[in-house]
Design a protein around this ligand. Sequence first.
Ligand code: NA7
Length: 557
Amino acid sequence: SVAQAGPDYDVLIIGAGLSGICSLYHIRKRFPTWRVKVIDNAPDVGGTWYWNQYPGCRFDSESLSYSFSFDKELLDEWHWKEAFSPQPETHKYIKRVAEKHDMYKEIQFNTQIKTAHWNDVDHFWSFVDVEGKEYTARFFLSCLGFLSAPTLPAIPGVHDFKGEAFHTSRWPSDLDISRDFANKRIGIIGTGATGIQTITAIAKQPGFKSLSVFQRTANWSAPLRNFKVTPEQMDIYRTEYDSVFKTCAETSTCFMHQADPRKSSEVTDEERLALWEKMYNAPGFGKWLGVFSDTYTDRQANELYSKYMAEKIRQRVHDPETADSLIPKNHGFGTRRVPLESGYFEAYNEPNIHLVDLQKTPITSIVADGIETADGKKHELDVLIHATGFDAITGAFNAIEWHGKDNRPLIASSDTKEGKRAIWPDHKPHTFLGITVPSMPNMFMTLGPHQPFGNATRSIEHAVHVIEELLQYCKDNNYTSVEPAQEAVDAWTEHVYECSKGGLINEVDSWMTGVNKNVKGKTERSTHPARYTGSAIEYRRRCEECKTSGYKGLVFA
Ligand code: NA7
């Protein structure tokens, strides 16, 4: 009956985070008669900014640069209370966008999609949720998020802990650290961006008994330098939106910070130190992205800057042994995503905060009342926080069982029968422009594999624009199916691979290079990076080129 009546929706969007909200806004505006629906498994909009309610969660990007640019009225209305917005405010902002544009009526929450089938005869997708309800749609937008599938540590006994235990992105909404952590012995595993924010926030809250930080890899981190934004300041900021968006469009990462064109070796020691100090003392990512242009391509340049940053850590941590453990040994500054902090290193000067260096004493197991380490010690705990990150970029796709064209699965390991036919064998993405996927007709991705991420909102707005123009082209030509040609996919995938050569960032294990030791098949650095590490400017140029060529590389029917 579905085939006779046509699909239920013209467009189905999965995900109601920033990507889903932005997609819904633009698609509804451009195609007012289309039936559009959004599905999300959360109980509200926000995606990442809904789920990550852990204490201390906030932007490391300037709040202004994270705003949607499409609604001038809202830009005039909204007051970012802090230069780097905390999660509750950001969530309020996304809710405000959805309410103002009457989006809630199109969004179905608390719905987990289980399977997806492409109907190659009638050209539509059929999705079925865990309760067995079916949703059919001509076009499908994947707004699943690139850091939305949390992973617990693959440590023996991880489920044996009898106290309260949770992943940071599933922070219990009724947990109040000022009340519930009083006199508690808290343990936290993980020192990525999330761990660093959580640890700092807990450290600032008096009353807990002890905080033990289980650190496997030390991470470079540097001051955020956040500040409150007064109404008067906000008035001035509002006049700057256009220039902020323009700046972001001109940088290779979509952030507001542009590398200094000079090389570290071209300047005197004094000039070098002057720029580093200026960046270190300024708010935001300048200290990562605004330094000399060779910092992340030239090993020597990177070593110099890392030495400077190590000294900063030593100055802030009283105990030299702890300071030494906190300084990364196996990767240089900025070769992983740099978490920004506000008092993280000083936290270790508190007598009740302990760093457990897992390089010296690895965890042997998690037991009912704590964590045991290789030195025979048991760290007794009442609460265990897993700040252990995500199955990044491709991970969110695993929650759905995909049946693409010819019934092909999307992801499967190549040593299985299914894996031989998988579109992304061993999590290795194949895409065209990071927007379309072979054998997955009429599917378009926002912040999916092979797209530049950088400042998320800026990247999202661009991707959604590319997608809506492509939909327009399909509509104008009465096409009911579009998919990338294999040669275009191969060439694009090769381009993504080529872009990753030469950057030090691609030589280091992290979620950005596809490594998550807790996920089978992701324990080693992939030869096929899932992240687009070329310049966002080049990325946009190639998307534009595709359009102006009459969508060369895409096959329409
Ligand atoms: P990350 O950056 O992936 O960090 C995860 C952390 O958890 C990292 O320190 C890991 O150590 C640690 N980890 C993971 N598994 C284990 C086990 N089994 N044992 C010990 N330690 C473990 O995730 P975040 O949530 O912090 O940040 C994700 C992004 O969100 C961030 O980059 C921003 O863009 C926002 P490892 O380094 O693997 O040794």
